[in-house]
Design a protein. Structure first.
Length: 152
């Protein structure tokens, strides 16, 4: 008896994601994730910076950029034009702010007693060094969504 060979069009797992990228469906999803990530990240940043009493005016920048990223992300879901113009501008600004935040947090750690010589303590008790890079990831998702092909 010969084995029966059947072919199915079912696509599962990573193959489905790859197909969505190839067909342009992933751009809208990533735009939506950028919108959601912007709001969640901005809320978390607000609570953390509020603990520090917004001692530096730059602490407001990522909080204010959250709604900007959300608006651009939602617009990118519904409009190709917004996904190719508004979203990359907002996302690049968010990435730049995340990199700036990393520098400001590193400077804050250096200003703590003992500075970087007391890094183990100051990294734990000072501003979180790597937290601003999470903002950069959200912006990066928006940039990636902007360069992906859109479904027809």
């Amino acid at each position: 008896m010969t084995p029966r060979i059947t072919t199915t069009n079912a696509v599962h797992g990573i193959d489905r994601i790859v197909r969505n990228i190839e067909t342009g469906r992933f751009e809208r999803s990533l735009s939506g994730l950028t919108a959601a990530g912007s709001l969640v990240t901005a809320a978390e940043i607000y609570f953390e910076h509020d603990k520090a009493s917004f001692g530096n005016p730059w602490m407001w920048a990522p909080v204010l950029l959250g709604p900007v990223g959300a608006i651009a992300g939602v617009a990118g879901v519904f409009s190709k034009r917004a996904a190719k113009t508004l979203l990359p501008i907002a996302a690049a600004t968010i990435v730049a702010n995340g990199l700036q935040g990393t520098w400001l947090h590193a400077r804050g750690i250096a200003q703590k007693p003992g500075g970087w010589r007391n890094a183990l303590y100051n990294l734990e008790m000072g501003p979180p060094l790597l937290a601003p890079l999470l903002v950069t990831v959200v912006g990066g998702m928006g940039l990636l969504a902007a360069i992906l092909r859109r479904e027809k």
